[in-house]
Design a protein around this ligand. Structure first.
Ligand SMILES: *[C@@H]1O[C@H](CO)[C@@H](O)[C@H](O)[C@H]1NC(C)=O
Ligand SMILES: *[C@@H]1O[C@H](CO)[C@@H](O)[C@H](O)[C@H]1NC(C)=O
Ligand SMILES: *[C@@H]1O[C@H](CO)[C@@H](O)[C@H](O)[C@H]1NC(C)=O
Ligand SMILES: *[C@@H]1O[C@H](CO)[C@@H](O)[C@H](O)[C@H]1NC(C)=O
Ligand SMILES: *[C@@H]1O[C@H](CO)[C@@H](O)[C@H](O)[C@H]1NC(C)=O
Ligand SMILES: *[C@@H]1O[C@H](CO)[C@@H](O)[C@H](O)[C@H]1NC(C)=O
Ligand SMILES: *[C@@H]1O[C@H](CO)[C@@H](O)[C@H](O)[C@H]1NC(C)=O
Length: 492
């Protein structure tokens, strides 16, 4: 009904040499009531008509305020990147635009890290040395200095992010976690009033494959109970969030790892009352083998759906929030020339939509910087997924709404808007045909704000100007706000 009243045409002008694909966010902003009709492109004779209905009466899920969060790999401490860059003002500004969020510092190298406050670490500038030092194949420990730790904490504070730090679970004595280094870190942090949330270990079900060591789920559960007791000794950390066990993604075929779902259920039998959320890692594909088409195939994007279901099924009776504590497009550091391009936005936006829809509370993007899947390049300039994340933060609120009628190829999600009395719809076109989307279920309104993001799939530049172009469809406060922030950034 409302569809006929409010159609906005997108002129479909193309930039670059391949704009077959679109990521679109369209938004309805209202005063009191609302309607939204999204319109991608109308051209040619064959049109894929999609009719979706948004059910606004009931909120299906409420995600964490910090739903979209950021990861920083522990290898960035090891290789001296933190030492050299964490105090950059530009980095603080860019990260701050993604607040509120967690800053998770973890990864394979978390289980190699020892906190040595007075260590005087000299970082080699030779890439060869770092490659030997900061890889999982190197089983020797490395030191995190006081300066690194202070830098990380101050960075998180200045960017208004909440630090989530992954402690080393491979400091062990007689097959038990040895907490003596954690005590040093806690004492140091407590004296400086640092607010921190915690993890213990990284992908423990793959320890045998990565480090040649096995820590069974039940044993890890006892280690977590010990950590909870240790945190309870500090009034400041008694209420800290502790999440675990950070198992790897469920896979369909048996692999080098122990099954993450079996591992998780063994762990939960022991540690369910010590943790605040169940955490696991998720990637769609192998970064070394990924192809362009993987990023836009519905059956690849749907992998996440059965993975979430598999993890839920192994929670047997435990009702804790679920976090994707490390997640990105492709594992092994991301896919070169794909995971940092415009096309990566399809996986990222679909993940944000699907995870929230299925009840995941927090999604931690690997990574803010470092690897092919980073949000910022090595010079700390924003990549397309950073822009997408900023837009998401500005527009998408915590309440998840049901959308009926979306298809495998025209994927649409809906949340309450970040701003009051509004609904946000976002989605993407993976279809080979131009798609006309008609949205119903929303009462009539006079204000609709639309953002259409479209680009050469291989673009590595700032999100294309189409976003700004559509901003003048309706001049609203939100739009001004976003433009203002963009201008601020250009002055960095
Ligand atoms: C780590 O610190 C300890 C104690 O200061 C020192 O003995 C050791 O050599 C350091 N290790 C590395 C790899 O720098
Ligand atoms: C492991 O890293 C240390 C520095 O932390 C380095 O001295 C050593 O050569 C590396 N070992 C291997 C096998 O690469
Ligand atoms: C834990 O490790 C520390 C340092 O390596 C060691 O001094 C201590 O004896 C260990 N604790 C236990 C209970 O073995
Ligand atoms: C941590 O602080 C407590 C209380 O001040 C002290 O008893 C303990 O020895 C300290 N532990 C370490 C490892 O520094
Ligand atoms: C939760 O942990 C307790 C021990 O703390 C255990 O007795 C109980 O069976 C666990 N619940 C589930 C559903 O695993
Ligand atoms: C959706 O993408 C296809 C190519 O994948 C393109 O031909 C079509 O025009 C797009 N639809 C819209 C509405 O832009
Ligand atoms: C956007 O602004 C330009 C320049 O002011 C104007 O020509 C154009 O019609 C506007 N577009 C819309 C949809 O209002």
């Amino acid at each position: 009904m409302c569809g006929r009243q409010l159609l906005y045409k997108h002129d479909g002008k193309r930039q670059g040499n391949d704009t077959r694909l679109l990521v679109t966010i369209f938004v309805c902003l209202v005063g009191g009531v609302l309607v939204c009709v999204g319109f991608w492109h109308i051209a040619g004779t064959h049109t894929n008509a999609v009719y979706v209905t948004v059910l606004t009466k009931k909120v299906l899920q409420i995600v964490d305020e910090k739903f979209l969060s950021l990861g920083l790999d522990s290898s960035k401490i090891c290789d001296g990147w933190v030492n050299r860059n964490i105090r950059s003002e530009k980095l603080v500004k860019l990260a701050n635009m993604l607040s509120p969020g967690y800053l998770r510092v973890g990864g394979t190298l978390a289980d190699r890290l020892v906190f040595v406050p007075d260590s005087d670490t000299r970082y080699s500038s030779l890439e060869e040395d770092l490659k030997e030092k900061c890889t999982p194949q190197n089983t020797s420990f490395f030191n995190m200095s006081a300066s690194d730790w202070i830098g990380l904490n101050e960075f998180a504070q200045n960017a208004q992010l909440h630090l989530l730090f992954d402690l080393n679970v491979l400091l062990r004595t007689d097959s038990q976690w040895n907490d003596s280094n954690a005590r040093v870190l806690l004492n140091f942090s407590d004296k400086r009033d640092y607010i921190i949330n915690w993890q213990l270990g990284n992908e423990p079900n793959a320890f045998r494959h990565v480090f040649g060591i096995s820590v069974p789920g039940e044993t890890l559960g006892h280690d977590f109970n010990n950590l909870r007791e240790l945190l309870d000794e500090y009034p400041r950390y008694k209420k800290s969030i502790l999440i675990g066990p950070d198992v790897t993604r469920p896979v369909q075929r048996v692999s080098l790892e122990e099954s993450p779902t079996l591992y998780l259920s063994e762990f939960l039998k022991v540690a369910n009352s010590s943790i605040n959320a169940i955490s696991w890692h998720q990637y769609y594909v192998n970064g070394r083998k990924a192809k362009l088409s993987d990023f836009v195939k519905p059956h690849v994007l749907n992998i996440l759906s059965w993975q979430i279901s598999a993890i839920k099924a192994s929670m047997s009776g435990v009702t804790l929030p679920m976090w994707l504590s490390e997640t990105s497009s492709a594992y092994g550091g991301g896919a070169p020339k794909l995971s940092d391009r415009f096309v990566a936005g399809f996986m990222w936006l679909d993940k944000l939509g699907l995870a929230a829809r299925m009840g995941v509370s927090v999604v931690i993007r690997q990574s803010l910087i470092g690897g092919n899947y980073a949000l910022l390049d090595d010079l700390m300039n924003p990549l397309p997924d950073w822009w997408l994340s900023v837009l998401y933060k500005q527009l998408v609120g915590r309440g998840v709404l049901e959308v009926l009628g979306a298809t495998e190829h025209v994927r649409i999600y809906s949340h309450c808007s970040r701003h009051e009395n509004a609904v946000t719809l976002f989605g993407m076109n993976l279809s080979n045909l131009p798609s006309l989307i008609t949205v119903s279920g929303l009462p009539t309104t006079s204000r609709v704000l639309t953002y259409i993001l479209t680009c050469d799939v291989f673009s590595r530049l700032n999100m294309c100007c189409s976003m700004k172009r559509d901003c003048n469809l309706t001049q609203t406060d939100l739009c001004h706000h976003f433009n203002h922030k963009l201008r601020t950034l250009q002055n960095l």
